[in-house]
Design a protein around this ligand. Structure first.
Ligand code: URA
Length: 236
């Protein structure tokens, strides 16, 4: 990776700021002065310092995004993807979303470049719960709570694992529900609700494992996970 890119990514300012640092003679690679912004470095084997201070290169990045509707949970698509919403300064990290939310689903999406983190979350054996809030056209009932707790037969013959359904509110034909799933089948919430004869009109994911979506994140915004938040998933 180019030295100017590495330093800009590690928070030493814009590429222009970094160029000034290089010109000033502040930057050394394995003790040798480097002034050329185009110089390539391998941060895993070469020691980079700025004014004598070691530059800690982080190989992995973990973002929590509040996914807006209308974007695709993929790395590349003809339409806008969640990765397109990430600042280009992170482009070299080869980020990808952990699992998928439908195009029209909003809420909590993890984005990383760490394959082990992805596995810790996605492996069916790890049973990481995901919590959704859904606005439903139709009256969700106590009967539905029991049906969901026992596992729902979907239209393709698959029987879902037991799921916790809470009815948060009901007025007329509209219900707001909170649904906790321990698996992530294709369109699972929508298909479960359809299996009991109702229709999901709006869907938001609000929690993954023990971590809740940060309510201060606007739709489309993201922030890095803290070290403690990352460990919540690795310590499972
Ligand atoms: N279930 C769905 O139906 N859609 C999603 O995006 C996530 C879970």
């Amino acid at each position: 990776m180019r030295i100017d890119k590495l330093l800009a990514n590690m928070g030493y300012g814009s590429r222009k700021d970094v160029k000034i640092l290089l010109k000033q003679g502040a930057v050394r690679v394995d003790e040798a002065l480097v002034k050329d912004a185009k110089r390539h470095v391998d941060p895993s084997s070469e020691k980079v310092t700025v004014f004598g201070e070691m530059v800690e290169y982080r190989p992995y990045i973990y973002f929590m995004m509040n996914k807006p509707a209308g974007v695709i949970s993929a790395t590349e698509d003809q339409e806008t993807t969640v990765i397109d919403l990430i600042d280009p300064e992170y482009a070299h990290y080869d980020l990808f979303p952990v699992g998928r939310l439908d195009k029209d689903t909003t809420g909590f999406l993890l984005i990383t470049n760490d394959g082990a983190f992805n596995h810790a979350l996605m492996s069916p054996r790890k049973h990481v719960d995901k919590v959704y809030i859904a606005e439903v056209d139709g009256e969700m009932t106590v009967e539905d709570i029991k049906t969901f707790a026992n596992g729902v037969d979907l239209e393709d013959g698959y029987t879902t694992k037991p799921a916790r359904l809470e009815i948060l509110s009901r007025s007329g034909r509209r219900s707001v529900i909170r649904l906790t799933l321990s698996e992530g089948k294709y369109h699972q919430v929508k298909r479960m609700v359809a299996a009991v004869g109702k229709h999901v009109e709006r869907l938001e994911r609000v929690q993954i494992g023990d971590l809740e979506l940060d309510e201060t994140l606007e739709l489309g915004a993201y922030r890095e996970l803290t070290e403690e938040e990352i460990q919540l998933f690795f310590n499972k």
